[in-house]
Design a protein around this ligand. Structure first.
Ligand code: AQP
Length: 334
């Protein structure tokens, strides 16, 4: 396989205000990676409509996700930030991939099974072929590295399968096999109400997640009310395995402090959860409040945000369009 120029791609859906899971699992890593790689970060609005969206809310969520990227530290001058639907190469390549990918592969996707539930016959076709579009998002830039939370690992494997099958089917060495970058102590931040479910924008309970726009007092009260335990904090991570809500609090604090979970546990073993919660709330207020303030500032100047998106579209198209052109030649369209 040839040596591909290293490039990072990742996307976030504008399906609501971003939460701590999106931040610790993905966006915090986006910011770190920009010092080492050329990065393309995308507001994936076409993925968002795989489930029903209110059009007016979707429109404002797109700008809010953009503002959240920038407020968290993504450098829009140095890197590319844009809106997926503004670069048609994504959906054009996705169609080619719909014809490369196999139904059996998609049937195995656990996120589809979770989201479709018992309603499999009635969900949108888009929800099922979502991973093919995700492969197109990544491979339209020949991206080699994809920072994501743990929940996206299986979709990334499918992107690699699609790239490999395309290369084999057409006898080319055209697409790289993109590597997932899943790292840190918060690759899967869990709900504050149920430690077996991931923290998610679509959870009906507001108290299940901390939003990047939450005021300080709300952060404190959500952490205070988070499910924990009446026993003292154990001293080994193995003992915490059976207490997923508690493990989650330790992992969130560790990720926020950039330290190993074992070190955090060492600091709190034998103490009450109320002590851990107090420190965690203080730490999260320090992490989130500057981001919240900046999101608000940025949203006050929507013309500037729209201009940033327009520049991103131009820069992204300059990379993706020639790649799509080559794909069209490879498959025989041109
Ligand atoms: N709980 C999480 N822990 C760690 N990482 C997470 N991510 C999402 N939830 C967690 C990562 O955030 C990035 C953007 O995710 P997304 O918004 O595109 O889609 P999602 O994974 O479907 O997120 P949600 O919040 O659960 O949205 P809904 O409820 O709309 O489906 C991805 O890298 C993801 O891994």
């Amino acid at each position: 396989m040839k040596n591909f120029e290293q490039r990072v791609f990742s996307g976030v859906q504008p399906t609501g205000t971003l939460h701590l899971g999106n931040y610790l699992g993905a966006i915090k890593n986006f910011v770190e990676l920009q010092n080492k790689y050329n990065c393309v970060y995308c507001v994936v609005d076409q993925h968002a409509i795989t489930v029903e969206q209110n059009p007016a809310e979707l429109k404002s969520n797109i700008l809010e996700v953009l503002a959240s990227f920038i407020a968290a530290g993504v450098d829009y001058k140095k890197q590319i930030i844009f809106q997926q639907s503004s670069v048609p190469a994504h959906s054009q390549l996705a169609w080619v991939f719909n014809c490369v990918s196999r139904i059996g592969w998609l049937n195995r996707m656990t996120q589809f099974k979770d989201k479709a539930g018992k309603n499999k016959e009635n969900v949108s076709v888009g929800l099922m072929v979502y991973p093919n579009l995700m492969a197109a998002d990544i491979l339209a830039y020949l991206a080699t590295h994809v920072p994501v939370g743990d929940d996206q690992k299986q979709h990334l494997e499918l992107s690699r399968d699609i790239a490999q099958k395309f290369n084999n089917d057409f006898g080319v060495d055209f697409f790289p096999l993109p590597e997932p970058l899943i790292y840190g102590n918060a690759t899967r931040v869990m709900s504050l109400r149920d430690g077996t479910k991931k923290m998610s924008k679509s959870d009906p309970s507001d108290f299940s997640r901390i939003l990047l726009t939450d005021e300080d007092d709300i952060i404190v009260s959500k952490i205070k009310k988070a499910k924990s335990d009446s026993e003292l904090i154990p001293s080994s991570l193995d003992d915490l395995e059976a207490k997923p809500e508690c493990l989650n609090l330790i992992n969130i604090l560790s990720a926020s402090l950039n330290q190993e979970a074992s070190k955090t546990l060492g600091q709190y073993a034998g103490k009450e959860y109320s002590t851990l919660k107090k420190d965690l709330a203080e730490c999260l207020v320090q992490v989130i409040s500057p981001i919240r303030v900046e999101i608000k500032n940025l949203l006050n100047n929507q013309d500037e945000l729209n201009a940033i998106l327009a520049t991103g579209t131009e820069k992204a198209s300059l990379i993706a369009n020639p790649i799509l052109e080559d794909v069209y030649k490879i498959v025989g369209f041109k």
